[in-house]
Design a protein around this ligand. Structure first.
Ligand code: TYD
Length: 208
């Protein structure tokens, strides 16, 4: 398990992905690695503009297919503009959410089906899957309680979906992990931030 470059962090809202990603980036930089941190939807100017359209809480009439296509459009732009060039330069890329979010949220959460969502994403990014994906697994009840406790966090259009929606998303992620055990590592995100970080670091340090 050596020389992996492209890492994605996945999981529900409130699982600590973003915070742990920042901690991992600092640690990698301390070790002298060249690393870029990025996120989806967004990560480049055009993709961030698409993000504003997708996540705007006022856009309640957005059709599920439109939503899936916009995530894929943002991903295509972000991939071509930022991820691919960094990988070509041999840099480590750590991305907060990527294709598995679309498979879980749009494919299963929205009920569009994994196959359809996979195919629009293959059109967007070709066959380039992450080398390793860390799945922060958490009961959505805990995740939603955590984000509600952080009053300064922006609440987006998907946060306000029902608990049943978020439970479907969790199950979808766990199924993906079963399907791709060589790529997706499941981390118990109900532990303390420090424990979660240590567990992520254990997996990641052996891969870079
Ligand atoms: P964000 O504020 O970045 O959420 P988080 O902090 O939980 O990562 O919002 C991203 C939202 O978009 C989140 O609710 C998950 C959703 N999403 C999808 O539904 N499909 C996707 O392909 C991506 C990348 C995100």
């Amino acid at each position: 398990m050596t020389n992996k470059l492209f890492f994605t962090f996945e999981g529900p809202e409130g699982a600590g992905k973003t915070t742990v990603l920042k901690m991992v980036v600092s640690k990698l930089q301390e070790e002298g690695k060249e690393v870029i941190a990025t996120r989806e939807p967004g990560g480049s100017v055009i993709a961030e503009e698409i993000r504003q359209v997708i996540l705007n809480p006022a856009h309640t009439e957005m059709d599920a297919k439109t939503e899936a296509l916009l995530y894929a459009a943002a991903r295509s732009q972000h991939f071509v503009e930022k991820i691919e060039p960094a990988l070509k330069q041999g840099k480590l890329v750590l991305c907060d959410r990527f294709i598995d979010s679309s498979l879980a949220y749009q494919g299963i959460g929205r009920g569009l089906g994994i196959e359809g969502v996979k195919s629009i994403n293959e059109f967007a990014i070709g066959q380039r899957m992450p080398d390793m994906t860390i799945l922060f697994d958490l009961d959505p009840k805990i995740g939603l309680a955590r984000i509600n406790a952080h009053k300064n966090r922006e609440i987006n259009r998907l946060d306000v979906e029902s608990l049943a929606f978020h439970q479907k998303v969790r199950e979808a992620y766990l199924k993906l992990a079963e399907e791709f055990p060589e790529r997706i590592y499941v981390i118990d995100a109900s532990q303390s931030l420090e424990e979660v970080f240590q567990n992520v670091w254990k997996v990641l340090k052996n891969a870079v």
